[in-house]
Design a protein. Structure first.
Length: 465
């Protein structure tokens, strides 16, 4: 394969494994191919896109040296998971990218390390174990490094071919110009790498060294800034505020960060007040509903209270000589209820306290089906919406939403049975806190298309929606 002009070498290693060995190897290889060796991107700062940075760094490389020490496979993250198995591990990403781009990849074993087994690696870097590795031992280090450099000449050109002084200056100038173009685009990683390459060719160039420090500082600032943006978008405003404060400490008024800090600080103060008001408002509505409505399933079961008792007087005592009231013929639906459910005839529901019906039509029959609005007679703004699911039968399931003004929230659900003969709707189930309940609603009569009912001793009007 012919040598590509300007071809570079990418040095891959894990800091917690072989940082010292990688630094030593870098010095030797960079001396042989000055300006052509790129270090790894393990120093990428917070917030920078790993995958994009690695793609950019390897794009102009021809060879990748993967330095593997004895802890290369075992190094774990803070959760105890092996890093090499994590999708965002920079060492894995660098090797996988190089393999995908068909770069020449050379495993370099140091400190007595051995090649990992294929089953210990993720699928995207398993081809690494099939490549012949070079082992750098302490007793024969210089000879082995020379052998490696000789092998690299087929890809990077002859060692030491850095040209005349004018050619070196030209190369440094070209690298610096490309770095400046990257700075203009705020591609700080590319700028840093180009300036590092230029400085390796001319280590005494103060201007290049200064621009390299600037690019490194901007890379750190951009990482903190991007991480602050991500935290803000994920509603971690406190974390975002901390990141932007770090940006200000390191870079002053970088990208108007002062305004962001003031804005987020205000947003963190305002919601506390709003939440307090919202909580008080919520409690106000809940208390109003509990007092005026008696939410289904939230209060103990009670029977309707007759009008006389609500007015403070005692009902007249039952006279023993009083003639029994002749039973009235039941409506067809009520008779059907007796036939369909004989047990309902035996329910112990007191009838002596039931108010007299106020129906304006003797044929009016309450059928628990569909959606009904149940409003307090005292204050129509408070009530509930009940959905009956029974296809017009006398039993089925229900769902209740309580309401107070424009606010609605789920209250309870369960099953119902309607005793058409006694005009009693029995509702059993669990409320939204999981507490079981059993309640009754007494249908008193109908007027103007609405049914007047009693629930928890309070009068309501029910109408179909």
């Amino acid at each position: 394969m012919p040598v590509t002009p300007g071809a570079r070498l990418f040095l891959n290693y894990r800091r917690d494994d072989a940082e010292g060995q990688a630094g030593r190897l870098y010095d030797r290889v960079n001396a042989a191919f000055p300006g052509r060796v790129f270090r790894d991107v393990s120093g990428i700062d917070i917030g920078v896109d790993f995958a994009r940075a690695i793609q950019d760094a390897i794009a102009s490389s021809r060879v990748l040296l993967a330095v593997i020490g004895r802890q290369w496979l075992a190094v774990a993250n803070e959760h105890g998971d092996r890093r090499v198995l994590q999708p965002n591990d920079y060492v894995r990403l660098e090797i996988a990218t190089a393999l995908e781009r068909k770069l020449r990849v050379i495993p370099v074993l140091v400190d007595g390390a051995r090649m990992p087994a294929v089953e210990d690696l993720p699928a995207d870097i398993q081809p690494l174990v099939q490549i012949n590795a070079i082992e750098l031992t302490a007793g024969d280090y210089d000879h082995l490094v020379e052998r490696l450099i000789t092998a690299l000449e087929s890809d990077l050109g002859k060692r030491g071919q850095q040209g005349t002084s004018d050619e070196i200056d030209k190369e440094v100038t070209g690298l610096a110009r490309r770095a400046e173009a990257a700075i203009a685009l705020e591609d700080w990683m590319a700028a840093k790498q180009g300036l590092q390459a230029a400085l390796s060719l001319d280590s005494s160039n103060a201007e290049v060294a200064a621009r390299l420090r600037f690019a490194g500082e901007q890379l750190k600032l951009s990482g903190l800034y991007e991480d602050g943006q991500k935290r803000y978008q994920s509603r971690d405003k406190a974390g975002a505020l901390e990141r932007f404060r770090q940006v200000r400490a390191a870079g002053g008024s970088y990208k108007n960060v002062d305004q962001l800090i003031d804005q987020i600080g205000q947003e963190l103060r305002v919601p506390d007040t709003q939440r307090a008001k919202s909580k008080l408002g919520w409690l106000k509505w809940v208390m109003a509903v509990v007092v005026l409505l008696g939410i289904v399933g939230y209060v103990p079961n009670k029977q309707p209270v007759p009008d006389a008792q609500r007015n403070g007087s005692n009902p007249p005592p039952k006279q023993a000589s009083q003639a029994p009231v002749e039973p009235q013929p039941a409506a067809p639906a009520a008779e059907a209820a007796r036939v369909a459910d004989p047990d309902q005839q035996q329910r112990d529901v007191p009838q002596s306290t039931a108010p007299a019906p106020v129906a304006d039509s003797p044929e009016a029959v309450f059928v628990p089906y569909g959606r009904w609005d149940m409003s307090s007679e005292l204050n129509p703004a408070y009530g509930m919406v009940i959905d009956f699911y029974g296809n017009g039968t006398l039993n089925g399931t229900f769902f209740v939403q309580t309401r107070a003004g424009y606010y609605q929230f789920p209250a309870s659900n369960g099953v119902y049975q309607y005793n058409a003969a006694r005009h009693i709707l029995l509702m059993s189930g669990r409320n939204n806190m999981g507490i079981p309940f059993q309640e009754t609603i007494q249908i008193q009569g109908q007027r103007a298309g609405q049914f007047r009912v009693f629930y928890q001793g309070v009068a309501f009007w029910m109408r179909r929606l």
